[in-house]
Design a protein around this ligand. Sequence first.
Ligand code: AMP
Length: 542
Amino acid sequence: MLGLMQDEPLLISAIIEFAARHHGNAEVVSRRVEGDIHRTNYRQIASRSRQVANALDAKKIAFGDRVATLAWNGYRHLELYFGVSGSGRVLHTLNPRLHPEQIAWIVNHADDKVLCFDMTFLPIIKAIATKVPGVQHFVAMCDANVLPSDTGITGLVSYEQWLNEQSDHYTWPVFDEKSASSMCYTSGTTGHPKAALYSHRSTILHAYAAALPDSLNISARDSILPVVPMFHVNAWGIPYSAAMTGAKIVFPGPAMDGKSVFELIESEKVNFAAGVPTVWQMMLGHVHAENLKFSTLKRTVIGGSACPPAMINAFNDVYGVEVLHAWGMTEMSPLGTVCTLKNHHDALPAQDKLKIRLKQGRSIFGVDMKIVDEHGEELPWDGKSFGDLMVKGPWIISNYYNSDAASPLIDGWFPTGDVATIDADGYMQITDRSKDVIKSGGEWISSIDVENIAVAHPAVAMAACIGIKHPKWDERPIVIVVTKPGVALTREELLAFYEGKIAKWQVPDDVVFVESIPLGGTGKMQKTKLREQLAGYVLPNL
Ligand code: AMP
């Protein structure tokens, strides 16, 4: 027997129409590429999203065609999020931090028909325009009067002119909620990047789950700053959850340095911010150096790579800001777990609470997870056994887009490539990417543990731990360190700092000081590059 409820498909157009109708005056504030602060609201965003949809109709862009963006976080990008997907096209967010050759490869692989870009990225567009023959329209996300006439790019139009020619009346199409809505290519450290293709249904279910109280806890009372880019996994779904709840949203544009981010938090009364650890490292550095305080910021979600304890402590103890440690991946839309405490943790001493906060957290409803050994057997949730982390759920990938390879699923579960423990309370902790795990004398050493201790040292700005081949032990860990400006640190001092914090055999064999550690397009340390840089390195005492 079927239920007798209305058969309304879950479509992204409904989110922006809901926001316009119920939270029409809620603000959307952007620091623009032009440098100024721009203010709009959900009513106007909805209206301009409809103009985007009409513009795509006028250009005869077909249902399901890909419309790419190469853009910072800002209101025009938000309008494209809703206008492109809502009208049945697929929003393809490109990562501008990739090499132009790689961007061109991705555009061709996705078969993008339209490419909308912020003026910052005009040089990239000039470099790739002739290499992406499938792109029929280039749209510069700016006013008509700032568009140079001599770009040499055929079919180039300004976004504002593109919209001005269109009515803001539009009837959003109704179609199967399983239709594709947006796509994002994984950062892929080896081989070509691969695309996750999200659907309307997966995006809406994810947006609901992300807004839950034990998740990101998003409501109409919030002023949210997503520093996490809209060009990578839809800014963790925040644009959708914010519009769904009517939260004010504040976009940083291209200015992601500590000073600019701090100023925006203060001037826009931001109470919730989201970003990767490297962004917060820059902001905390600025706040500390200038002896500043946050007057409105109450919580921040940190994910993308492991959040070091020193950062959780600094936010919590010094600035009174709660850190929500979260984990996910492109293939998961991206949210999988968020670390919020349960009632029975209240009585714990601060040190024990910190141990839990360091974990990547509990599953949100919709994400099932398990850890398995090398034979695929499930391991116990005892907080000690570690194995390959597998996930399943309605916003987790079943296969990559336009891929010849077989589905990556194993018995319906997606292997994340992460190695983790899960404790009896369901808190998951990542010990490593499986390829970064260090195997020493038959035991595993967590590179994340080794890095976390190093960055807790007051002289260390950034640390990466990698395994180096060893004739007897198979591999031994070393730690590569960037020190804070003007602070002296010796190898011996840092190695002594490990004493009593981890087992002796887990202490790195050596410290290598470097000027900088290579970061990838999404702010993660690139250990493959580090390994290449250290190709001739020899362990001490060999
Ligand atoms: P991406 O698909 O680029 O978002 O990268 C996903 C990968 O980032 C995951 O599989 C993890 O290896 C890593 N990651 C994400 N969040 C965390 C976290 N909180 N702690 C440790 N690693 C993380």
